[in-house]
Design a protein around this ligand. Structure first.
Ligand code: CDP
Ligand code: MG
Length: 156
């Protein structure tokens, strides 16, 4: 089953949207297997966003993500990576579809409330950046048969 890293960014925490964003992922049917609240330090921020280090928005992005506490989560489900990005919407809130988190609560990419991994390799490395293996919880949810067909793999 696929796993993906979510960060509820500082603006969303400050605005009291932890429950709203978490609820949307729960409502979709995804299962949470890791949660922590933390204040991201500069070193971790630079590791997490190293792919953007040459971008014009990089310094502002590092300042943003380290500006206040965040909530980081790992979500599990078939095609979890795509489903979370679909739930959050496009990077620029103006391009995000109505009904997505970024469209419903945001106006600018610099304050777009949420992060989600964009592929299987990035998901694995981002999860390892934020969680020790023993911080992730394997558990069975009794509603799973009503949400997904188990025999379907992540690639289906
Ligand atoms: O988060 P996502 O994968 O959708 O976008 P990204 O292209 O990986 O960029 C990472 C983050 O940088 C975005 O979520 C924005 O917070 C920020 N960003 C920005 O401030 N200005 C831009 N023009 C593009 C991205
Ligand atoms: Mg990205």
């Amino acid at each position: 089953m696929e796993r993906t890293l979510v960060i509820i960014k500082p603006d969303a925490v400050q605005r009291g949207l932890i429950g709203e964003i978490t609820g949307r992922l729960e409502n979709r049917g995804l299962k949470v297997v890791g949660v922590k609240m933390m204040w991201i330090n500069r070193e971790l921020a630079e590791r997490h966003y190293c792919i953007h280090k040459d971008k014009s928005f990089y310094d502002n992005l590092i300042a943003y993500i380290t500006s206040a506490p965040v909530v980081v989560q790992v979500w599990e489900g078939p095609k979890a990576i795509e489903i979370v990005r679909h739930t959050f919407g496009a990077t620029q809130p103006l391009d995000a579809n109505p009904g997505t988190v970024r469209a419903d609560f945001g106006m600018q990419a610099e304050r777009n409330l949420s992060h989600a991994s964009d592929g299987p390799e990035t998901a694995a490395s981002e999860i390892a950046n934020f969680f020790e293996p023993d911080e992730l919880v394997e558990w069975t949810r009794c509603t799973d048969p009503w949400i997904m067909l188990k025999e379907r793999g992540a690639a289906d």
